[in-house]
Design a protein around this ligand. Structure first.
Ligand code: AMP
Length: 480
């Protein structure tokens, strides 16, 4: 099916053309016609499948007639994080360029007063995180009695973050007669309960998860003997040998993000870091520069990069094999999106080898070795030499790995005949060092103990809910 066969109007088709889209993605081909018919849908799809356009395009069409009244938005999109909310707002700007729809963004970090002025003028589309929306509601600044379309995006992530009670409270404030779309990568029972309770004969639309979407991604493995220093050199060679347009380089540890970013820059690469300890405004700024092509290499941790939509990435480099196999799928899903070609290369040292087995089991096949790329080239600079951690680690006397740390069955052949990892690395690899806290795996497959999961929810909540930046620091694209 093509966009023009879907019943979308010419102004919308023009905006889709300007965005450079030729054909709808599978979720768009399935969801758009149903939503245009006014039906409720459950979309089982991940970020990267084109799901945002699958609800924004029909919403623009549906909302193109009619006018919003003061403080009474006509549609509501709930997002778990402010970054995702901001991305959806950007999507509306791109696809709605030929429409005069008004939009407000109620998220932590954006000043109340400015968004309230917008609400007072009447908005067609309200995009919000649940907590912030309830704040505005309780202050009497927004009424939800005129909502005709509700989208709950990333519902399973809302669940992970403990937002479901807020979501449910919000739904109860909406008119019963409305159209509802719910998107989720998985369907845990709690989400199923919501769809049963609050949706009208929904149509379920499901697209392949990234594990199979990764067919568009060429994967490769580069074995590196040595430690952090050798890995950095190997990465540089690999980047130089690959035709990189833009890439994320994933590290398992926050401190490696900073050290690697510094090292890459000292070697003349256009790189910046993104990790959970950074101030929210600095994260948003770095991300905006990466999206605009001002930064070519984004060195990031899993938590910092989770859920972010970064279009047209040519490469993903796994500087470390992720500790949790599912993270490998999330990472490589950042490239090869929407049918584009992508490349995902993974560096493996002795320290990483124990995690490789889990990844390859999840993939159901080994990652093929990279052909021509050379390993550590040894072109170290003063910046590298002054990196005491890497020198210490590389030079450290080999130590015996403690048996209890070994993950059963996850051992890979590469551990034979190479030095054992040092105690420091062993501690980090097991999450006891400064590795970032990991979000619970969706759909009840998490190996995290319940207490850890509870703590994680709190951490995520803090991350999203706080007023991390004031009005003056708010990135311009959020204020539009
Ligand atoms: P999403 O899953 O909504 O985060 O979208 C992932 C990426 O796919 C975004 O960068 C979109 O701009 C892009 N995209 C969405 N729809 C299409 C399409 N029909 N053709 C090409 N790219 C698309």
């Amino acid at each position: 099916m093509q966009f023009k066969e879907m019943g979308l109007s010419d102004p919308l088709l023009d905006a889709i053309g300007s965005a450079g889209y030729e054909n709808p993605t599978p979720i768009q081909a399935e969801a758009i016609p149903h939503l245009l018919m006014g039906r409720d849908i459950i979309g089982i799809a991940q970020t990267g499948t084109g799901k945002t356009a699958s609800f924004t395009l029909p919403m623009i069409e549906i909302l193109s007639t009619g006018r919003a009244r003061a403080r009474m938005p006509r549609s509501l999109i709930l997002e778990p994080t402010r970054e995702l909310a901001a991305q959806v707002a950007e999507n509306f700007e791109v696809y709605g360029k030929n429409h005069k729809l008004s939009m407000a963004l109620l998220i932590g970090g954006v000043s109340f007063s400015e968004q309230e002025d917008k609400l007072d003028r009447g908005v067609d589309v309200l995009i919000a995180t649940p907590g912030r929306l309830l704040d505005h509601f309780e202050r009497g600044k927004v009424l939800l009695a005129d909502i005709k379309v509700l989208v709950v995006d990333e519902a399973d992530r809302m669940l992970d973050m403990g937002f479901i009670p807020d979501v449910e409270r919000i739904i109860k404030l909406l008119p019963q007669i409305r159209q509802t779309a719910m998107f989720s990568a998985t369907m845990p029972s709690e989400i199923k309960r919501l769809t049963d309770a609050y949706m009208m004969s929904p149509r379920t639309v499901e697209v392949a998860p990234p594990a199979s979407a990764a067919e568009t991604v060429t994967q490769g493995l580069l074995r590196v003997s040595g430690g952090f220093k050798e890995k950095r050199a190997a990465l540089r060679s690999l980047i130089r040998e690959s035709d990189v347009n833009n890439a994320i380089v994933f590290c398992n540890r926050k401190r490696d993000v900073s050290a690697l970013e510094k090292s890459l820059r000292s070697h003349g690469f256009n790189a910046a870091g993104l990790h959970g300890d950074m101030h929210q405004s600095a994260r948003m700024e770095t991300l905006a520069k990466f999206r605009d092509g001002e930064i070519k290499l984004l060195v990031a941790s899993d938590v910092a990069a989770r859920g972010l939509d970064i279009p047209n990435m040519s490469h993903v480099f796994n500087f470390d094999v992720p500790m949790h196999a599912e993270d490998y799928i999330h990472r490589i899903g950042r490239t090869g999106r929407a049918g584009n070609e992508g490349h995902a290369y993974t560096l493996v040292t002795r320290d990483d080898a124990k995690f490789l087995g889990g990844v390859e089991r999840l993939l159901g096949k080994p990652i093929p070795p990279i052909g021509g790329a050379s390993a550590a080239s040894g072109d170290t600079t003063d910046a590298d030499k002054s990196d005491s951690r890497s020198e210490g680690e590389v030079g450290a006397a080999p130590r015996r790995r403690r048996r209890s740390r070994r993950k059963p069955g996850a051992e890979s052949k590469t551990t034979e005949n190479t030095p054992e990892m040092g105690a420091e690395a062993a501690s980090d690899s097991n999450g006891n060092g400064d590795a970032e806290p990991r979000e619970p795996v969706r759909g009840g497959t998490s190996r995290d103990a319940p207490t850890k999961k509870t703590r994680q929810r709190k951490e995520d909540r803090d991350d999203d809910g706080g007023d991390a930046f004031g009005k003056d620091e708010t990135p311009a694209f959020l204020l539009r």
